[in-house]
Design a protein around this ligand. Structure first.
Ligand code: ZN
Length: 158
C-alpha cells in the first residue's frame, strides 16, 4: 500500500494549478509580425494544432518566441511554458533543452538534474502517468524544434 503523503498531494495540486493557469492565460500567445522561424505541429490523436513563431538574432539568441493554436489544456499549457523557458535563450541550448524534455516525458531519458530548478517542468512530468496525453505535452516543444530547423518558411517579406 502506498498512501500519497500530504506533502506529495499538495505538490500535485500545485502542479495541476500551474498547468491550468498556463492553459487559461497562455503566455506569449499570438503571431509576431516579424519571425525568422515558423512551424506548425498537429497531434491528430487529440486534435491539437500549434504554430510556433520565433525570431532569432545574429548572435543566435531567441529574441521573440510565441505560439498560437487550438488544443487541449495540456498542449496549450505546455506550449506556453515552452515559450517562457526558451525565450531569450541561445538557440543551441534551447534545442538541447527541448529534445531532452521530450525524451524525459517519453521516459526515454534518465532523469537529469537539468530540470531541477524548473517547477513548470516538474508539473509537465505529471503527464507521464497518462501515456495518451504525452503527445499533447510534447507537441509545442517538437514544433519548436521543427521551427528552428526550418529557416524562413514564412517570411513576412513578399
Ligand atoms: Zn491534447
Amino acid at each position: 500500500m502506498h498512501a500519497i503523503s500530504p506533502e506529495k498531494k499538495s505538490l500535485n495540486e500545485l502542479y495541476r494549478k500551474l498547468i491550468l493557469d498556463h492553459a487559461k492565460c497562455p503566455k506569449n500567445f499570438g503571431k509576431q509580425p516579424n519571425n525568422s522561424h515558423y512551424a506548425e505541429g498537429i497531434n491528430s490523436l487529440c486534435g491539437d494544432k500549434i504554430r510556433i513563431y520565433a525570431l532569432v538574432n545574429k548572435n543566435n539568441i531567441i529574441d521573440q518566441l510565441s505560439f498560437e493554436g487550438t488544443g487541449c489544456a495540456i498542449s496549450i499549457a505546455s506550449s506556453s511554458i515552452m515559450t517562457t523557458l526558451l525565450l531569450k535563450q541561445d538557440i543551441n541550448y534551447a534545442e538541447h533543452f527541448a529534445k531532452n524534455l521530450i525524451m524525459t516525458l517519453n521516459n526515454k531519458a534518465e532523469d537529469t538534474n537539468e530540470f531541477n530548478n524548473f517547477s513548470q517542468i516538474e508539473a509537465l512530468k505529471g503527464v507521464r502517468e497518462f501515456p495518451s496525453r504525452i503527445k499533447c505535452a510534447t507537441l509545442g516543444w517538437q514544433s519548436f524544434i521543427s521551427a528552428i530547423n526550418n529557416i524562413n518558411i514564412t517570411s513576412t517579406e513578399k
